[in-house]
Design a binder for this molecule. Sequence first.
Ligand code: FE2
Ligand code: FE2
Length: 318
Amino acid sequence: MRTTTLPRPRGELTEHLFSALRAGGDFRGLATKTTGDDAALALWVLHELHYRGLTDIDDALEWDPQLLRVRRQLEADLEDRLRSRFHAPAGLSFVEDALDWIDEQDGPSLARHVHRNASRDQVLDLLAVRSIYHLKESDPVAWVVPRLGVRAKAALMELQYDEYGGGDPNRLHHHLFELGMEASGLDPAYDAHLDAVPLEALEQNNTLSLFGLHRRLRGAALGHLAAFEATSSLPSRRMAEGLRRLDFPDELVEYYTEHVEADAVHEQLAVRTICAGLLAEEPELEGDVWFGAYTCLDLESRFAHAMFARWGIEERAA
Ligand SMILES: [Fe+2]
Ligand SMILES: [Fe+2]
């Protein structure tokens, strides 16, 4: 399994952190009072120690207390930022009302743009940037499994079984994306496009890892999952049609067509069975479930704005 090569640093923290990681050395002096790209990239790399590891970096550093201190500070800053934007919908029940509430949130849509107007270069750029999510897909959610009661756990495993290909490596979703990238002429390596990934996409992925790695945030992780699945089926159809319009290969189109039907089922499963199971056992987590769902939509909307700006597109025309 290929691991991640350290990307280009984006500021003082990542400069120092990456040299110290390479030296296997002293992390005590690392300044965590940094924001933006520098903080987001540092956190992404530190989380990576918990996934597949980093090329030529000692695996034992996953549990280095000084690195954990840095990781915790960066995560605390991220969580504060996410919570400061969150407004809990008043008087709604997640299990009864979340799907309607999600439908009413109307953010900018990259899939709509790909469907009708995007150029081939814009789509290639989007695929490269999104690859840091798609090549992991359900991995951050897998951390949550042992932290749940039986109803939520059994239901989450039903969903995860699909995401992981139901026992067939060639149906494993993040592998389907890899095959699609390869067929489209894009380097499918996990770390190939990291330097091109904007802050907003790093933060989406850091948030998934934050919610997955902290047991106290299991409600937010499942709320995020529910909102993600509930906003995937129709955009996946649009993506598939846009990719066909631009003559992208079947392998890539198939990744999205797979998600049209799968996620129509997954959204019901995520809200009505997984979150319902969680909240039946731990009703005090309802606020966190909403926080996760809100954050999923908020970060996707920020990411879409960032991509339209990057392509010089006026959103009303998109
Ligand atoms: Fe999937
Ligand atoms: Fe799904």
